[in-house]
Design a protein around this ligand. Structure first.
Ligand code: NI
Length: 168
């Protein structure tokens, strides 16, 4: 297993729209293992392939406190949604930035497993937030896109400042 490097906003590659996974082969298994490793090493609760510059429709998640509830969604589709919740989100691609985003409270998702089998899963609360956030990545969308222009300008300023401090 190896750790993959995570693209950071405003890298234009984060805007790529992913294409469906068609080959359920060994290369896919290696990618999934590497994404799992990368997510846990970064202390993230979710990671979309887009973030590691692989533009295929898959994402990994684990929203448990113990990091013992790994989930993989290949070619995910939301087939039902209900309710609304507001949650403070962060993103491994937008380090140090947290902001409230409003999303569906409950979801039913259909996806494929590593073996290519189709399954359906109900998600709510943080798991539902995380899935919607990661699915946005597959469409080239970031959580900061939901913010008002004023708030987004503040985010950009903060990121610039963070980067200047990293350099010096
Ligand atoms: Ni993210």
């Amino acid at each position: 297993m190896s750790q993959l490097s995570i693209l950071e906003y405003p890298d234009p590659r984060l805007r790529t729209i992913a294409t469906p996974v068609v080959d359920f082969n060994e290369a896919l298994e290696i990618l999934v293992n590497n994404m799992r490793e990368t997510m846990y090493q970064a202390n993230g609760i979710g990671l979309a392939a887009t973030q590691v510059d692989i533009h295929q429709r898959l994402l990994v998640m684990d929203v448990s406190a113990e990091q013992d509830d790994f989930m993989l969604f290949i070619n995910p589709e939301i087939i039902a949604r209900d309710g609304l919740q507001t949650h403070e989100e962060g993103c491994l691609s937008v380090p140090g930035i947290f902001a409230n985003v409003k999303r569906a409270e409950q979801l039913k998702v259909r996806a494929q497993s590593l073996a290519g089998e189709t399954f359906e899963k109900d998600l709510d609360g943080l798991a539902a937030v995380c899935l919607q956030h990661e699915m946005d990545h597959l469409q080239g969308k970031l959580f900061v896109d939901y913010l008002s222009p004023l708030k987004r300008a503040m985010v950009n300023k903060k990121l610039e400042k963070q980067r200047r401090q990293e350099v010096t």
